[in-house]
Write a protein that binds this ligand. Structure first.
Ligand code: ADP
Length: 277
């Protein structure tokens, strides 16, 4: 008689995955000057798929950037944890790249050199020719081939943000973390760059977590909108599923009845949580 293989059964249980990117019972408190503490985030639970685009929306000060920084490994949680492919995030890593509202380019390097620096650092195993190819591909992806030899102070805000996005994508992170990436841009440039980033994502899907204040932007770009309650003790108030299929056309999305219903729902949520302040 064959004995049941208890060893195999227990190792299968041990390898059960939590999910791709998992935020579990996360609490973040900051000390106050009088020796107390403010609990900014209070019990965040969220699971994000490997090719899912999510937005995080909520009023200023509710803890959106703090949450993103914890996922990026730039801040530690007070309790709870974040897991990426079952590994706990404790520090920054090349598997998670951040794009900030303010471009954070090195002003003494050209557009090409800013991207190359990141590629040299992270993709050090590639030959010089392959690194060059990665840089060229990503310059082309954000339409910056012509501006490759310019310095940051010779290009517009929208172009700088495209360099930041190309730099983040060039090292092929598993998760792209964007903190109001279009927030500093004028409306026309913002619309163009949203379209460009969505095109890139639709062609090279990956996990994206994007903070925004803009309900339309969240509806146009993401698959789910994580709506935060006001802080302190901010939580996820509601998660809005965005049903528009990809590839998306902004005109079709904006023209649909569903868009207006979802938009009103999100705005009402934000109004309601604002009035509780
Ligand atoms: P949001 O991105 O939603 O505007 P933040 O995550 O930047 O919010 O900040 C959430 C709260 O945490 C704010 O009240 C802010 O003042 C506080 N906070 C953020 N960083 C720190 C810090 N390093 N020390 C103390 N308080 C902080």
């Amino acid at each position: 008689m064959v004995k049941p293989n208890t060893h195999l059964a227990s190792s299968a249980a041990a390898t059960t995955s939590k999910g791709f990117l998992v935020i579990e019972d996360l609490v973040k408190a900051y000390p106050t000057p009088n020796g107390g503490e403010t609990v900014v985030l209070d019990g965040i639970n969220l699971s994000i798929g490997e090719d899912e685009y999510i937005s995080v929306i909520g009023h200023s000060g509710c803890g959106k950037s703090t949450l993103l920084k914890i996922v990026g490994g730039l801040e530690r949680s007070t309790s709870g944890a974040v897991w990426l492919e079952d590994r706990e995030i404790r520090k920054p890593g090349a598997d998670r790249m951040m794009v900030f509202q303010h471009y954070s380019l090195l002003p003494w390097l050209t557009v090409r050199e800013n991207i190359r620096l990141a590629v040299d650092e992270v993709l050090s195993h590639l030959s010089s020719a392959n690194k060059q190819q990665v840089v060229n591909e990503h310059l082309a992806m954000v339409n910056l081939t012509e501006a490759a030899n310019k310095y940051p102070d010779e290009i517009s805000g929208g172009m700088k943000q495209r360099v930041g996005i190309a730099r983040a994508l060039a090292i092929r992170p598993k998760v792209l973390l964007m903190d109001e990436p279009f927030g500093a841009l004028d409306a026309l440039t913002r619309g163009k760059l949203q379209r460009q980033v969505l095109d890139i994502w639709e062609n090279h899907r990956q996990a994206v977590m994007m903070i925004t204040h803009d309900v339309d932007e969240a509806l146009f770009m993401s698959d789910r909108i994580i709506m935060m309650t006001n802080g302190p003790h901010a939580k996820i108030g509601e998660i809005l599923e965005v049903p528009f299929p990809h590839p998306r056309k902004i005109e079709d999305v904006r023209g649909s009845k569903e868009f207006f219903a979802l938009r009103n729902h999100a705005l009402n949520f934000l109004d309601h949580h604002f009035s509780q302040d």
